[in-house]
Ligand binder design. Structure first.
Ligand code: CMP
Length: 139
């Protein structure tokens, strides 16, 4: 299978607890190449735009507040089958349901504070990569 890219975020709950290094180490061990990385705090508007597909969901306002509550690490990851493999490494959205050894099982504390984000399909990955990174950064 050809190499694929996905957008990953280490969320404010994990960065704030000093877990970014450990999560990056597990990304490395998982065989992903980091194509681009940026660490900064999102504005609430940026978080709302990023999660616009969830605008009608009851958790949307809390999610935007949470995602703009502290620094995040935004990553463009590349690997064969990167979208599915990153989702497998993260585990289920709800840490209580995530398989043992997955990032969310290890480091997530609630369905919202679930330590990482990943694109869920090729179209979403294209939108999400372009939302944070320029074409030059993704060369
Ligand atoms: P993420 O994979 O980034 O996609 C949407 C995010 O919304 C999710 O992780 C969680 O952080 C957050 N969220 C909060 N409540 C829910 C919920 N009930 N179902 C799904 N996602 C939720």
């Amino acid at each position: 299978m050809a190499k694929e890219r996905t957008l990953a975020i280490i969320k404010p709950d994990a960065v704030g607890r000093g877990l970014a290094g450990e999560i990056l180490s597990q990304i490395h061990k998982g065989g992903f190449e980091i194509i681009a990385v940026e660490t900064r705090r999102l504005s609430k508007a940026e978080a709302e735009g990023f999660y616009a597909v969830h605008r009608e969901r009851p958790f949307f306002a809390d999610l935007a507040t949470f995602m703009s509550s502290g620094k995040v690490v935004i990553l463009a990851l590349e690997a064969e089958n990167a979208i599915a493999r990153w989702r497998e490494l993260m585990g289920a959205t709800d840490p209580a349901k995530a398989a043992p050894g997955t990032l969310r099982q290890q480091f997530g504390t609630s369905i919202q504070n679930n330590c990482t984000h990943g694109s869920d399909a090729p179209e979403t990955a294209a939108f999400e990569l372009g939302y944070f990174f320029s074409g030059r950064q993704l060369l």
